[in-house]
Design a protein around this ligand. Structure first.
Ligand code: ADP
Ligand code: 5GP
Length: 209
């Protein structure tokens, strides 16, 4: 069985990443979504261990010391990080693992694991982004302003990603993402073991001629 693909999904706050991930998980059962650790407070409706593992700054710092995170970053005054063990177990078991993380974390992953697939989610326009962020109603005007400022910084790094995913119609966006990931499985350099087997078998036939 081949190893799963590590998929990194980033995008501006309010682009719809959480919504797209939730729908992708409901619709297709071949993905494992990594749950991050964060020092931010839970939003209404968020549950410990479902959206995030909510931890204090001290607890988070211990995880860093123990090397229990594959990557971590600071985002608008809070820490966010990816637990290592779940990701490694799932990849080993052949499942595609999705990390929904911001750009600093995505860069760290690409550096450590160049075979990772990086996807950037945008809304159809920045006007729609602001409407979605405001419409979600989970942040104060001040936090929304900080997140929009952060979006402007992150917009500079979009070209570092392998694929652009426009989240206009939710279902189309989810199906496109599924298609991108499934297509990636057929990339030649992800199938070198199989290719070597075929080459060896072909060589045996040739020798028998
Ligand atoms: P993110 O995780 O990127 O910060 P969310 O998933 O919380 O964004 O989405 C932000 C808001 O936009 C939510 O209120 C969500 O319901 C809405 N939204 C997400 N995707 C779409 C879409 N394709 N069409 C319309 N609204 C959407
Ligand atoms: P939010 O507070 O809206 O849930 O997340 C804020 C930002 O942190 C989003 O861009 C989200 O993708 C990112 N994020 C969530 N978990 C992680 C993580 O484990 N590592 C990194 N680097 N970013 C994360």
């Amino acid at each position: 069985m081949s190893r799963g693909i590590l998929v990194v999904v980033s995008g501006f706050s309010g682009a719809g990443k959480g919504t797209v991930m939730k729908r992708l998980m409901e619709k297709y059962d071949n993905y494992a979504l990594s749950i991050s650790v964060t020092t931010r407070n839970p939003r209404p409706g968020e549950e410990e261990g479902r959206e995030y593992f909510f931890r204090t700054k001290e607890e988070f710092e211990s995880l860093i010391k123990e090397d229990a995170l594959i990557e971590y970053a600071q985002y608008v005054e809070n820490y966010y990080g990816t637990p290592r063990s779940y990701v490694e177990e799932q990849l080993e078991a052949g499942r595609d693992v999705i990390l929904e993380i911001e750009i600093q974390g995505a860069r760290k992953i690409k550096k450590k694991l160049p075979e990772a697939l990086l996807v950037f989610v945008t809304p159809p326009s920045m006007k729609v982004l602001k409407e979605r962020l405001t419409g979600r109603g989970t942040e104060t005007a001040e936090v929304i302003a900080e997140r929009l400022a952060r979006a402007s910084q992150e917009a500079e790094g979009v070209e570092e990603y392998d694929y652009l995913l426009v989240n206009d119609t939710l279902e189309e966006c989810v199906d496109t993402l599924h298609g991108i990931i499934q297509g990636e499985h057929f990339r030649m350099n992800r199938n070198l073991e199989f290719v070597r087997t075929i080459q060896l078998e072909a060589a045996v036939f040739a020798a028998e001629e």
